[in-house]
Write a protein that binds this ligand. Sequence first.
Ligand SMILES: NC(=O)c1ccc[n+]([C@@H]2O[C@H](COP(=O)([O-])OP(=O)(O)OC[C@H]3O[C@@H](n4cnc5c(N)ncnc54)[C@H](O)[C@@H]3O)[C@@H](O)[C@H]2O)c1
Length: 316
Amino acid sequence: MTRERMPRRKVTVIGAGNVGATVAQRIVASGIADVVLVDIVEGLPQGKALDLAEAAPLLGHDLQVVGTNDYADTAGSVVIVVTSGIARQPGMSRDDLLLKNAAIVKSVVEQAAAYSPSAVIIVVTNPLDAMCHVALKASGFPRWRVIGMAGVLDSARFRTFVSMELGVAPSNTSAFVLGGHGDTMVPLPRYSTVGGVPITELMAAEQIEGIIERTRNGGAEIVSLLKSGSAYYAPAAAVWEMTDAIVNDRHKILPCAALLKGEYGVDGLFVGVPVRLSRVGVDQIVEIGLTDDEQRAFMRSAAAVRELVEALGEYA
Ligand SMILES: NC(=O)c1ccc[n+]([C@@H]2O[C@H](COP(=O)([O-])OP(=O)(O)OC[C@H]3O[C@@H](n4cnc5c(N)ncnc54)[C@H](O)[C@@H]3O)[C@@H](O)[C@H]2O)c1
């Protein structure tokens, strides 16, 4: 007797490029869910999905990866990860890139959201905070189901540099980075620890300043080494941690871009803050006390997001 298969947990990853394919690999290899990998380029998601599927017997997992150009295959996903976009090309201004990626994110989110109306969307495409606004509008989802990935990556970079500086295990460190992605991020050294000890007790102020600067330029440092393309192993690991927290309903507090409605004194903007992630998406925005300096840096971050959102026009 053969009965029809019950649908299994499914995660859609849009964009089968470096970040998307690496996210897909991590999700199936860790047993979280089946993955549908979507791209606009024909053959690319199919080829990467087949390659990933052929690794399953060796890695010892039984999850499926399907590559497709058709959003019908994504139906019923619990999480939609959006990595589709183009990189800045020579001669292209930041605003050109902003509007090109906004058009891409709008189109992919409209299609994916229609097939998975209950999903949680994790936005990865840059400029991150602005693309979260595009995804929120295009999906029509409530704010707790549209989340941006930036803080988990920035915190991981900060932790890496702390571990290198102090010669301690990376897993022994914890860190908190708030605010926008990149230049305007707000690292909080007093909430960053090694084995529970604040790093302010373990390092000189100049050492910490150096680590903050390196974290701020973390993406650019890798771009300048690679010459073409940008970071994807750590970004994919960050997306994986968020996906795992959502799919497995872990109630984990992580720094993510969330739409604020009065929290931290900001209204109607996506900014990086600590949130609790569970099956519903953001089930709580955690408000922590900031010093005057930290609050000022946070508001600068919010102002930078507002500028981008204004440039987005009809997309936001
Ligand atoms: N938030 C973060 O911290 C963070 C970190 C790393 C990368 N990123 C961003 O993630 C994005 C992806 O990076 P990457 O290195 O994987 O780039 P990539 O160029 O390797 O992959 C992008 C993929 O998107 C696809 N694509 C383009 N238009 C599409 C469309 N309309 N529909 C479906 N697919 C489409 C492309 O064909 C390509 O395969 C970039 O915007 C990058 O800046 C963000």
